[in-house]
Design a protein around this ligand. Structure first.
Ligand code: 13P
Length: 243
């Protein structure tokens, strides 16, 4: 039984004061959310402790937006798994297309981050997805398969989430057709060979399309950017309706 994971990725948004104001609106709206789904928010590092403190004893779980593979050391700008555990972080996003693009993150680095997360009892959310050009050239499946094979190498497959985020759908308002997103999620599950693998879809998820996406057979949750920044819209996404 795959329990869906609904995750909001705040990216580089929200000061502590803004996070506090958000949580005051958001938490009452998820009070009666069924526990057949995990609810997760990934704030920037600086707002982790505020969100951790306010969500204590609620259903909301915390994710970080990155993690390093070492416990400590001369790695300016990085954060270790142990530092995250101190803030009750349970998940960590790795391999998002933004660090892949802006900081040239490789599949090998992503795999190291994910492995270290698992060694420290964190659940990595490993993002994969093709660009518009790759899709137009008919390379989408080959690109995603390579990212999956290299990014997931030697990981523990039942302590892991994969997020299929086609780059052309991120922040563009252009959601991938739910049938196509479902087809790719199904392919990823077949390549990995684990029927219980949790696979999310991400890319322009919003209140208007969440119910349709969540009722697809192979989509086990969503990774939400823009629409997770408004408490009302992320609450509606969290409270998606089962058919
Ligand atoms: P949007 O929901 O804004 O398209 O972003 C998706 C995303 O990148 C989540 O990680």
């Amino acid at each position: 039984m795959r329990k869906p994971v609904i995750a909001g990725n705040w990216k580089m948004h929200m000061t502590c004061a803004e996070a506090r104001a958000y949580m005051e609106v958001f938490l009452p709206l998820i009070k009666n959310t069924p526990n057949d789904r995990h609810l997760v928010i990934a704030p920037p590092f600086t707002a982790l402790s505020t969100v951790a403190e306010m969500s204590h004893q609620t259903a909301l779980e915390l994710s970080s937006q990155n993690v390093h593979w070492e416990d400590h050391g001369a790695f300016t700008g990085e954060v270790s798994p142990k530092m995250l555990l101190e803030h009750n972080v349970r998940y960590t996003i790795v391999g998002h297309s933004e660090p892949r693009k802006y900081f040239s993150e490789s599949d090998e680095q992503i795999n190291r981050r994910a492995k270290s997360a698992q060694l420290n009892s964190l659940i990595p959310i490993v993002c994969v997805g093709e660009s518009n050009e790759q899709r137009e050239r008919g390379e989408a499946e080959r690109v995603i398969r390579r990212q999956v094979e290299q990014g997931l190498e030697d990981l523990i497959l039942d302590r892991l989430v994969v997020a299929y985020e086609p780059i052309w759908a991120i922040g563009t308002g252009k959601t991938c057709e739910s049938k196509e997103a479902n087809r790719i999620c199904n392919l990823i599950r077949q390549w990995v060979g684990t029927p219980d693998l949790i696979i999310q879809y991400g890319g322009s998820v919003k209140p208007e399309n969440i119910d349709e996406l969540m009722n697809m057979s192979d989509i086990d949750g969503v990774l939400v950017g823009g629409a997770s920044l408004k408490p009302e819209s992320f609450a509606r996404i969290s409270n998606y309706l089962n058919a």
